[in-house]
Design a protein around this ligand. Structure first.
Ligand SMILES: [Zn+2]
Length: 268
């Protein structure tokens, strides 16, 4: 595949090139990773200072979680300390809502589990969560679903490994653990959206996690343009039409505002 990479002198030129490319595209898909949420205070678990650099991911596989009370205790503790449930959306999340309202954004496919796209005002059906959502937990036996906040309240009250109140089964947050299969419906829908879109704006992903990274790859293979907004290099830089190396909270609002102006002019 021949990727034409635009190497901008700076983010401003990149945004100009992206607006140019996107202004004639009708079906834009946003693909988001940890980098869109770092400005909301949620650390990138896989980044240079991420938790998986100091904690062995092998300790937190799906099988371990099901079988080891100690793994569950540590897992709930880490979830409580992450502050993820209390985080607020930042300007990048809110800019995507404006793009959605313009009718050009078909959906947001996200690797994030923080629920910040919905908190920023996107309807649930506009968000496809490849790795689940930390705001709810489900009993692995009877499938009863509860807000994670209530589980963490029980942890704080002295129950380090809270069991399902209905059946006593193991409660697990609705997030995909290492070694756990991806949610089938979300994955199917993401691939379908990738097939149908004519441009992908990827925000804050380095594409290091598969199968999630197949979403932009599938889109490119079917002819879509790829705009990458990320701090630093990514695995797909060679395939991108435009690279914008800037914080999401600055680049995404700039891009969306400029794009909406162009859409407005087209309507006149
Ligand atoms: Zn249960």
């Amino acid at each position: 595949m021949d990727g034409f990479s635009f190497s901008p002198g700076g983010p401003e030129e990149g945004i100009e090139a992206a607006v140019c490319l996107l202004s004639v595209r009708r079906r834009i898909l946003a693909f988001t990773g940890a980098g869109i949420s770092t400005e909301s205070g949620i650390p990138d678990f896989r980044g240079p200072d991420g938790v998986w650099k100091t904690v062995d991911p092998a300790e937190f596989t799906y099988q371990r979680f099901l079988n080891s009370p100690e793994t569950r205790r540590r897992s709930w503790q880490m979830r409580a300390e992450s502050g993820i449930l209390d985080a607020d959306p930042n300007p990048a999340h809110r800019a995507l809502v404006r793009l959605w309202e313009s009718g050009r954004l078909t959906a947001v496919v996200t690797q994030n589990i923080d629920g910040l796209h919905q908190k920023s005002g996107l309807p649930q059906h506009a968000v496809v969560e490849l790795h689940g959502n930390a705001h709810h937990a489900t009993c692995t036996d009877c499938r009863a679903r509860v807000p994670t906040g209530t589980v963490l309240e029980r942890v704080a009250a002295g129950d380090p490994d809270p069991a399902c109140l209905g059946c006593g089964g193991v409660l697990k947050a609705d997030v995909v653990l290492f070694g756990e299969p991806m949610p089938v419906l979300a994955t199917d829908r993401a691939m379908h959206l990738a097939f149908e879109c004519d441009a992908v704006i990827s925000i804050g992903s380095t594409f290091g996690v598969f199968p999630a990274a197949y979403v932009p790859i599938r889109a490119i293979e079917t002819g879509a343009a790829l705009i990458i907004i990320n701090r630093g290099v990514t695995e797909l830089d060679q395939l991108a039409d435009v690279l914008i190396d800037a914080p999401a909270g600055e680049a995404v609002p700039s891009l969306v505002n400029a794009l909406l102006e162009v859409f407005d002019q087209h309507r006149k």
